[in-house]
Design a binder for this molecule. Structure first.
Ligand SMILES: [Zn+2]
Length: 275
């Protein structure tokens, strides 16, 4: 079976004016829209975390060129800015919520910026966003004793299940790392797969509880984003032109190439239909 690497993109906040606590790991709504357009233009197929893991478990082939779009914590901009873009493209995604950070009945007050409320989380779920767990209060899980660790996981699971009517099956480790004990606790809490952060593409052989993600930051330009998705080959193809490697010129160029290809296909079909 293929063990082709799969890019799993990790986003946090999508905001025009982020606060200091979330700025570095936020993206602007415009950058997010450009990045999703590039995924579409390059013919990549977004899938959810549960889909990827299920395909890898069963050995069934994945869609061509899969990619995962994931969001951590539960910032309000995911509903306000990201959801309309995802819906326009028909892209599924995964949102990992820290249940004690979301606005409403379970709020512990720890959220770093304006967070989603449960109505918005339900709207995301209804639109095809998988809702996964990210602990209750976002601690460094490896620092907790066994009881506190279990409580962080079960509180999160039970609240998501109560609010959405379905238990979450995917987990993302707060701060992106885990220990063997944490991975065992996540598994015992009923999660079938969990995501870390490694700035590497995910591979089946990493195992279902240590799948790596790549970080998208406010400073992630188009060239770096393309490299996160495709590796170095795509950027090498445009390396001769310095202007193209700046900002979103690369994105536009990739889009033009694809449009030219589509025009050629249409022309070819028209010629064939004349014969
Ligand atoms: Zn987090």
């Amino acid at each position: 079976m293929s063990d082709a690497p799969v890019p799993i993109l990790m986003y946090h906040s999508v905001a025009a004016v982020p606060n200091d606590a979330t700025r570095a790991l936020s993206v602007t709504p415009e950058a997010f829209a450009e990045q999703m357009a590039l995924i579409g233009d390059l013919g990549l197929t977004p899938v959810t975390t549960a889909d990827l893991a299920a395909h890898w478990r069963s050995g069934r082939p994945l869609p061509a060129r899969p990619v995962l779009v994931t969001f951590d914590d539960g910032y309000e901009g995911v509903h306000r800015h990201a959801l309309p873009v995802l819906a326009r493209h028909g892209f599924p995604a995964t949102l990992f919520v820290s249940t004690g950070w979301l606005r409403g009945a379970h709020d512990t007050g720890g959220g770093l910026d304006t967070m989603l409320d449960w109505g918005q989380v339900r709207a995301l779920a209804a639109a095809g966003v998988e809702i996964g767990g990210h602990s209750h209060t976002h601690p460094q899980l490896d620092q907790l004793g066994d009881d506190a660790l279990r409580t962080e996981l079960t509180r999160c699971t039970e609240i998501v299940a109560a609010e959405l009517g379905a238990r979450p099956v995917s987990f993302a480790y707060p701060y992106g790392y885990s220990s063997r004990r944490v991975r065992q606790a996540v598994r015992a809490a009923g999660y079938a797969q969990a995501l870390a952060v490694g700035n590497a593409l995910a591979r089946r052989r990493q195992g279902p509880y240590a799948l790596e993600r790549v970080t998208v930051r406010r400073t992630t330009g188009a060239e770096e984003f393309a490299r996160l998705l495709l590796g170095r080959a795509v950027t090498r193809a445009f390396a001769g032109d310095r202007a193209l490697t700046k900002g979103y010129a690369l994105v536009r160029r990739v889009r033009q190439v694809r449009q030219i290809r589509q025009v050629r296909q249409v022309r070819r079909k028209a010629i064939r239909s004349r014969v």
